[in-house]
Design a protein around this ligand. Structure first.
Ligand SMILES: CC(C)(COP(=O)(O)OP(=O)(O)OC[C@H]1O[C@@H](n2cnc3c(N)ncnc32)[C@H](O)[C@@H]1OP(=O)(O)O)[C@@H](O)C(=O)NCCC(=O)NCCS
Length: 181
């Protein structure tokens, strides 16, 4: 059965092969990848999408493809993922988003994130959802705040997948609890 979550403007849905090219384009954009250690090659971008598809098959949720009917078949991803590394707050489920630059500044990420959050709490019955990013990534932290997440001020950590001494290694941690909303 195909998966789709419908909002007023956005749809979170299963990945399609036709998403791979626009996904590679956004992953090759240095502005989109500003708070990551590097842009991605097409092969690396495809591997990202494969990971999200496998996660959907295994868990029933993932970083879903985002579509805006009437505007674009694919603008990026938003969704929920089991955090794939060990840190002081894992195991846990994190919420995340990445949109192509031409779709920033329209509220799509926040609308998509609210859908994913509600799915996590109501369908998956998660007790807690976290989000992470670099301290300077204020657009991403604004999405976190807009969907009701709060920063864990004692939660900062060094991302284990970012090389030691890399300037983007430090991350901040946000969280939201089902029972405290
Ligand atoms: C993080 C990211 C998704 C945020 O995108 P964004 O466009 O700032 O967030 P939204 O889609 O929620 O849009 C919110 C903005 O749209 C504006 N907006 C315009 N029309 C709107 C509408 N109809 N409804 C709601 N907001 C609207 C809001 O005012 C807000 O603008 P502001 O930030 O100037 O106040 C985007 O910067 C991105 O993809 N970055 C690269 C990847 C990345 O860093 N991901 C996170 C890694 S942790």
């Amino acid at each position: 059965m195909r998966f789709a979550l419908h909002g007023a403007r956005v749809v979170l849905r299963d990945w399609r092969d036709s998403d791979l090219t626009p996904f590679a384009v956004l992953n090759a954009d240095s502005e989109v990848r500003r708070y990551f250690p590097s842009v991605l090659t097409q092969t690396e971008s495809n591997a990202n999408a494969d990971h999200f598809r496998e996660h959907a098959d295994r868990e029933g949720f993932t970083f879903w493809a985002v579509e805006v009917p009437g505007v674009a078949d694919f603008i990026g991803f938003t969704g929920l993922l089991r955090t794939p590394y060990a840190a002081h707050f894992t195991p846990c489920v994190e919420i995340g988003w990445r949109l192509a630059r031409e779709y920033w500044g329209r509220g799509y990420a926040t609308e998509a994130a609210k859908l994913a959050l509600e799915y996590g709490f109501q369908q998956l019955q998660l007790d807690k959802i976290v989000a992470i990013t670099t301290p300077d990534n204020l657009p991403s932290q604004s999405v976190m705040t807009r969907i009701g997440m709060a920063r864990d001020l004692s939660g900062d950590f060094d991302h284990p997948n970012v090389p030691a001494y890399h300037p983007l290694r430090r991350h901040v941690l946000y969280h939201i609890h089902r029972a405290r909303r």
